[in-house]
Design a protein around this ligand. Structure first.
Ligand SMILES: [Zn+2]
Ligand SMILES: [Zn+2]
Length: 394
């Protein structure tokens, strides 16, 4: 675009302008054409890139000398490529902060590109997730090569302009009637290639390493939760900060405890007799055993909420509850004597008004469902339950 437009003209400065004058001129233009101030305005964006490119060259003594002596071609032959749209923001991020007093463009576009983020899938036990712990994990990642500081070039050498695209990073290919611009296959769009690769990383700029990293698993972490560990991702190739590590938690199931958010659920067995008479029941919680007092006549399926015996909430906002479901167990393998005792017991119950009332209630239900299906024919799931009840009642 600005390939053949004079950089001094773009900035409207004389060829003898001082660094301060050039900066002042650029500041004025950048303020005027900055995309943040002209959203969606392609012309302003073009002007902005143009003046940024001019400033990039004229504010750099070495580049300015080359440009003064040999012009645009001179820069190209010295391996300086034109700033791409993305680089405009990354390489000048700091200066925009200075220009606008806003801290520049935020995030990824400020400063050199950081390394890639990494993902670590961590499988942890149910109880470890509740209590949290520090666990040392071995991770494989690529760190910035110290020999070449990520550039991939043998020390003392630098990247050269890509011969395939002449530093443009794009090549034009004919597709039928159309000409399509695609990223250059030789330099992958970078515009520069490594001619003398670093011996240590083979030009990758990164070196594979296996490191041991202590992972702080917070108490109460839930299945599927994601935790960001800043700066523990892959190293940068461009002198930027390393990427981040994202830990994804996979919490194993527990054979006794179930969990929903910060509530723990468990089903606790109790004998029929103890449920009937009431008792003190020892109940395991995720924090240890506690004693739960069952009142007389506790029923199977009855729920007891144990406040504060659940999962710790993040940031110290207390602890969830545990909900205990009572599972009354019918005795099996009774001796003849025990059976007789239960028969006697049953007979004594029959005499109680309360029990009769219960019987009356169920008889009504049986009459209702049996009357609807004459002959007691089964026709669906609804009757199955009633039938099994009637069988057990005999
Ligand atoms: Zn290297
Ligand atoms: Zn290329």
């Amino acid at each position: 675009m600005s390939m053949n437009v004079d950089y001094y003209e773009i900035l409207s400065v004389s060829r003898t302008a001082s660094g301060a004058e050039i900066k002042k001129a650029y500041r004025r233009l950048a303020m005027q054409f900055h995309p943040d101030r002209n959203p969606g305005d392609k012309e302003a964006e073009g002007k902005f890139k143009e003046c940024t490119e001019a400033y990039e060259v004229l504010s750099d003594d070495q580049k300015r000398q080359i440009y003064d002596a040999y012009g645009h071609e001179g820069l190209k032959s010295h391996g300086f490529r034109h700033t791409s749209a993305e680089d405009v923001f990354s390489s000048f991020g700091d200066m925009f902060g200075e220009l606008f007093g806003l801290g520049g463009r935020r995030g990824r576009q400020q400063g050199p590109a950081p390394g890639n983020d990494l993902r670590l899938d961590l499988h942890i036990s149910f109880l470890d997730a509740v209590h949290g712990l520090v666990r040392e994990e071995e991770i494989q990642r690529r760190d910035t090569c110290l020999t070449c500081e990520g550039s991939g070039c043998r020390p003392g050498y630098s990247k050269k302009t890509c011969p395939a695209c002449q530093g443009r990073g794009q090549v034009i290919r004919a597709q039928g009637f159309f000409q399509v611009s695609t990223p250059c296959p030789q330099c992958h769009g970078e515009g520069r290639i490594i001619t003398d690769p670093c011996q240590d990383c083979g030009g990758a700029g990164l070196i594979k390493k296996t490191i041991k990293l202590p992972i702080h698993i917070p108490a109460g972490v839930d299945n599927g939760a994601r935790m960001r560990v800043p700066g523990k991702g892959e190293g940068s190739r461009q002198g930027g900060p390393p990427g981040d590590l994202y830990v994804i938690f996979h919490v194993e199931e527990h054979q006794f405890f179930k969990r929903d958010g910060d509530t723990i659920y468990a089903s606790v067995p109790v004998s029929m007799i103890k449920a009937a008479l009431g008792c003190v029941l020892e109940v395991p919680t995720v924090h240890g055993a506690i004693k739960l007092t069952l009142p007389e006549g506790s029923q199977s399926g009855q729920l007891f909420r144990l406040r504060g015996h659940g999962v710790p909430r993040p940031n110290g906002r207390g602890t969830g509850d545990m909900v205990v479901e009572l599972r009354v167990q019918t005795p099996v393998g009774l001796s003849e004597e025990q059976k007789k005792l239960l028969h006697d017991f049953d007979a004594s119950c029959q005499r109680q008004d309360e029990a009769k009332e219960e019987e009356g209630f169920f008889s009504r239900i049986f009459n209702e469902v049996l009357g609807r299906n004459k002959g007691g024919k089964e026709s669906g799931g609804k009757n199955t339950k009633a039938k099994s009840k009637s069988e057990s009642g005999k």
